[in-house]
Design a binder for this molecule. Structure first.
Ligand SMILES: Cc1cc2nc3c(=O)[nH]c(=O)nc-3n(C[C@H](O)[C@H](O)[C@H](O)COP(=O)(O)O)c2cc1C
Length: 347
């Protein structure tokens, strides 16, 4: 048993398995601690994921900075990029020591930079290495270890190869697979194109759940609405949203009631942002620029009258020297106060 003390917050890891019924995807530069803090104001139950951190960065870099988070963000999963079993084990142990609720291995990122280091989607061509890494991680920690992957990579995109990958990794003990329902093309497409161009094949993810009912299968890719989530949940154990949860974070206010049976929230967008002021002030006081925090809030008034003025005011002012809460107050004043019920239905 590893020591459950959380070095980040002083909290003690509860050992309770987080629910993955609704997850917010790991996204580099987007799911930063500041985005996650905001997301947590909007949903208490969604499972949040960090940006990917490579094992090399964690082991040789500023570990504390890479793992920095706020206890308010829990439940929170750390996503690792790596393939060396010993390094993955070391980092899984760190994840537990720092209080994360889960540690996840990235087998989906198609960028050239990571491919050269045997990180990300290229590992779909090496199920044995993933299985070995998984085993080492699981042996090093008591928190759940999960894998996020694609349905294939170019040249290795058959149903049988996907099943071979799942079976090899499941044989190492993995119970939870988060499946981005498209292949990754490792040459010729940028990471961004790799999130749009290869067609989505949701039916393959449903077939995985049907073939391996004992495994927890979370579906990811192109999901935009609560209704779509409900449809996917008929055939899978959980949904993971990336871009929609970032560009339209207000969707998160529906998560706790729609997917976890909690009473509906009656908070307005104005109130949600104002509730973050003490946290933002704390961050400013420790030297963080307002722009680093507020860039993640630009989507808060997505699709709402005045939303464009809100975004413009922040974009034009948050980077100025000494910019503080006043910029957010002025930006909020550009948007008419709408009551909570209206705010909710417009999400
Ligand atoms: C800006 C950006 C950064 C991403 N970074 C990561 C990452 O670090 N790790 C990862 O597994 N996936 C990453 N992804 C992929 C997402 O986790 C997700 O699989 C993908 O966007 C599909 O889901 P969506 O259609 O709901 O956005 C990233 C996506 C975006 C848009």
């Amino acid at each position: 048993m590893k020591a459950p003390q959380n070095r980040a917050s002083g909290h003690v890891t509860t050992g309770v398995e987080p629910s993955r019924r609704f997850c917010v995807a790991p996204m580099m530069d987007w799911t930063t601690p500041h985005y996650r803090y905001m997301a947590r104001q909007l949903s208490k139950r969604a499972l949040l994921y960090t940006e990917m951190v490579t094992t090399g960065a964690l082991i040789h870099g500023d570990t504390e900075r890479f793992l920095h988070h706020n206890a308010a963000e829990y439940p929170l999963a750390l996503q690792l990029g790596g393939s060396n079993a010993g390094e993955l084990a070391h980092c899984a142990d760190l994840a537990q020591q720092f209080g994360f609720s889960e540690v996840n291995l990235n087998v989906g990122c198609p960028s050239d930079k990571v491919q050269n280091n045997m990180i990300g989607a290229c590992l779909m061509g090496h199920p044995d290495i993933v299985a070995e890494g998984f085993k080492a991680m699981q042996a090093a920690t008591d928190i759940p270890v999960t894998v996020k992957h694609r349905i294939g990579i170019n040249g290795r995109e058959s149903w049988d190869e996907l099943c071979g990958f799942i079976e090899t990794v499941a044989a190492a003990g993995c119970k939870t697979f988060i499946v981005h329902a498209r292949i990754a093309v490792l040459e010729g497409l940028s990471p961004k194109e790799n999130r749009d161009v290869p067609p989505l094949k949701y039916d393959w993810v449903y077939r995985l759940k049907a073939k391996y009912p004992q495994l927890e299968i979370i579906i990811n890719g192109g999901i935009k609405t609560v209704n779509e989530c409900h449809q996917h949940l008929v055939h899978s154990d959980g949904v993971m949203l990336g871009r929609e949860a970032y560009h339209n974070p207000w969707i998160l206010t529906q998560v706790d009631s729609e997917f976890f049976g909690e009473p509906e929230k009656t908070v307005s967008r104005h109130e949600a942002l104002e509730a973050m002021y003490p946290f933002i002030e704390q961050e400013l006081a420790r030297g963080v620029y307002l722009g680093h925090i507020s860039r993640h809030m630009l989507g808060l008034f997505h699709g709402i009258p005045g939303g464009r003025q809100f975004r413009r005011y922040i974009s034009e002012n948050a980077h100025k020297p000494g910019a503080g809460l006043d910029v957010l107050r002025q930006a909020l004043a550009k948007v008419p106060q709408i009551d909570a019920a209206t705010a909710f239905t417009e999400a």
